[in-house]
Write a protein that binds this ligand. Structure first.
Ligand code: CA
Length: 224
């Protein structure tokens, strides 16, 4: 497996190159956005780890350009920013996952493995789970062809569950990914948000897709 890491911070780049090298990956690197884009377009990488704040071209531009030209390579964004707007923007542009800095290497490694297992979505922007359709580009979701009326945050939450479908997500993980909250924060808000989301995504339909995983959190999957 060949990774491309686009990151301008020397210390982070060195640590990632070494970590992924030791984990058995081939690693290419770029420190400038424009150079990173050229490499990312070469279609020789199985996954791109993309910092957002970069010199010459930022991560948003690179991601947008890749998706605009039809590149489906999985992209994991590294970002110090953790506002909901940024997450939604990233999902909209076709990022596969996010890791907020500072992060533990083990966490990024786990995300990389998951993204590689999952591969790109059917066309990179629209994902189906049973009769649920999520269009990340247009930021719309529907079930059985019926549009779901979701707020931006509800869409971000559903998007996270869909992208990581089949994988039980801890409440603190959901809090960090969707709200940018510290991981030890109160998880009650997550339960409330999930309840509201279920009211729109599951309750009007026969078959629930969002399931509670006791002692852990939530998972979205298609169960018989
Ligand atoms: Ca940077």
């Amino acid at each position: 497996m060949h990774l491309l890491i686009i990151e301008d911070e020397e210390k982070t780049l060195t640590a990632l190159r070494q970590g992924f090298g030791e984990a058995g990956y081939d690693v290419s690197t770029a420190r400038r956005g424009d150079e990173g884009l050229v490499l990312a377009r070469s279609k020789t990488h199985d996954l791109v780890i993309l910092d957002i704040m970069l010199p010459h071209r930022d991560g948003w531009e690179i991601l947008a350009e890749l998706r605009r030209t039809g590149a489906r390579v999985p992209v994991i964004c590294l970002t110090a920013r953790d506002s909901v707007e940024d997450r939604v923007r990233g999902l909209e542009l076709g990022a596969d996952d996010y890791v907020v800095k500072p992060f533990a290497f083990a966490e990024l490694l786990a995300r990389v493995r998951t993204a590689l297992r999952r591969g790109a979505g059917p066309n990179g922007t629209v994902v189906h789970v049973a009769d649920l359709e999520v269009d990340f580009l247009r930021q719309r979701a529907s079930r059985r062809g019926r549009p779901l009326d979701l707020t931006g945050r509800e869409f971000a939450l559903l998007g996270l569950l869909v992208r990581r479908r089949g994988e039980p997500l801890e409440r603190r993980e959901i809090a960090a990914q969707v709200w940018g909250m510290p991981r030890d924060s109160d998880s009650n808000a997550i339960d409330v948000a999930i309840r509201r989301l279920r009211g729109k995504v599951d309750e009007p339909f026969e078959r629930p897709l969002i399931h509670t995983v006791r002692g852990i959190g939530y998972v979205l999957d298609e169960r018989p």
